[in-house]
Ligand binder design. Structure first.
Ligand code: HSE
Length: 440
């Protein structure tokens, strides 16, 4: 066998420890598949004395990640520090500048600096692998970059954040609160260090921008992603979705439209009969539509130590085998500038929940504002809570009541104009809830 691939790991959190353990557990099969051993020779983390349940005997410890990144004792650096800037970026740059291959799970870093880091890797004949950055254990990066290289992709979409899917699933199925579900997701090692990245939709947006680059042969353009998170989803929305035949999922969608490439992340109502509606818990799912192959869907664990470690290992085996590919599927000089489609032009159905003031003319006023924008309504449901009915049987108080509107396909611009007009009319007591509907 040839010389081992000497690996340095930066960051020994949930994922770093799982990578280290898996490399020990599968030492011989990985060596056989790679044609050479893959050995961790150096690590760097914040706290040297913390018990991580791993035996680091014989592994060099670096207090300074930059020193490890530039060290001649490693051929390849696995960056698991996280964060779009700071030490993660400096360490990746230092390693690439020395011609070392880099494996990273850092979607925030790639979303912000991916195009320039790829160019740096090219310049130094190194590679930058990032299967673990998108959808945890699902091999979607290789699927787009390698398996579908002969296709023109028209759409890539899916559930890309395990934490959000876990929260929405448990809120719906167990009636738990948002906060309780988020705390469990953190305890299980699914959530980001700052969980607002998860629940605010930003983590999904980072991943989507990477997938869009691979799918459409364009530079990563995370600023072009329209982002809404799940924090505003209430138990009533989940109940209404169920009654109407839908489930609420945080979807990321990148799609070629007539106005350019649309990239959007938002809670979405999907028909319960769809396969993606059955994807529950920390599981992710990615659907790709492409001209030659048609449509395919990959489903698997989206977060957690072992799921992410599995993807890191596949990148390491590629490097050990000598498979060095353009990270974004083509030379960085061949990547196009992504043509942005404005969200205002987005077309689809909408679920709108209003806290309407319960008084004569309110419903008619709301309907008028929708009609003015040529929005056609599929259904209207006024849901007065039992407690309010008991306290005020004749509805004399004018207290706000939930009114849910389901629209046929319309544009984002028309919906926004109608809602603005309703708010100006004074018919609505709280900011409206708006959830887009996918009907296929
Ligand atoms: N916080 C991320 C998630 C981890 O929940 O999906 C995997 O990228």
């Amino acid at each position: 066998m040839t010389a081992p691939l000497r690996v340095g790991i930066l960051g020994l959190g949930t994922v770093g420890a799982a990578v280290y353990q898996a490399l020990l557990r599968h030492t011989s099969s990985i060596a056989n598949r790679s044609g050479r051993p893959v050995t961790v020779t150096a690590v760097s983390a914040r706290d040297k004395i913390r018990d991580r349940g791993i035996d680091l005997t014989g592994v060099a410890w670096f207090d300074d990640p930059l020193a490890l990144a530039a060290s001649d004792t490693v051929d390849c650096v696995v960056e698991l520090i996280g964060g779009a800037d700071g030490m993660a970026k400096s360490a990746v740059e230092a390693a690439l500048a020395k011609g070392k291959h880099v494996v990273t799970a850092n979607k925030a870093l790639l979303a912000k600096h991916g195009s320039s880091l790829v160019a740096l890797a090219e310049k130094h004949n190194a590679t930058l692998n990032f299967e673990a950055a998108v959808a945890g254990g699902i091999p979607i990066v290789k699927t787009l970059r390698e398996s579908l290289a002969g296709n023109q992709v028209t759409r890539v979409s899916g559930i890309l954040n395990g934490t959000c899917n876990y929260i929405l699933s448990r809120m719906e199925l167990e009636g738990l609160t948002f906060d309780a579900c988020l705390a469990d997701a953190q305890r299980l090692g699914y959530a980001e260090a700052d969980p607002t990245f998860d629940v605010g939709g930003f983590d999904t947006a980072h991943k989507l921008s990477i997938l869009a680059s691979l799918a459409f042969g364009a530079e990563i353009d995370a600023d072009a992603v329209y982002v809404e998170g799940i924090a505003s989803i209430t138990p009533l929305d989940l109940i209404m979705a169920d009654e109407l035949g839908y489930r609420i999922k945080l979807l990321g969608v990148a799609e070629r439209t007539q106005t350019g490439i649309e990239q959007r992340v938002h809670p979405t109502m999907v028909p319960k009969s769809w396969a993606i509606a059955q994807v529950m818990g920390v599981t992710n799912a990615v659907n790709v539509a492409a001209d030659i192959v048609g449509e395919l869907t990959l489903v698997g664990p989206g977060a957690g130590g072992n799921a992410t470690a599995s993807s890191v290992l596949s990148d390491l085996v590629d490097i050990a085998r000598g498979i060095i590919l353009p990270p974004l599927g083509m030379a960085s000089s061949a990547l196009a500038v992504l043509e942005r489609a404005p969200m205002q032009r987005h077309e689809g159905g909408y679920y709108i929940r209003l806290a309407a003031r319960d008084r004569p003319g309110a419903a008619a006023g709301i309907a008028t504002r929708m009609a003015e924008q040529a929005i056609s309504l599929e259904s209207i449901v006024q849901k007065r809570p039992p407690a309010s009915r008991a306290a005020d049987p004749a509805g004399k108080s004018g207290a706000p009541v939930p009114v849910v509107l389901i629209t046929y396909a319309t544009t984002e611009e028309a919906i926004r104009k109608a809602l603005d007009a309703m708010i100006a009319d004074g018919h609505i007591a709280e900011p409206p809830q708006l959830i887009r509907i996918e009907r296929g």
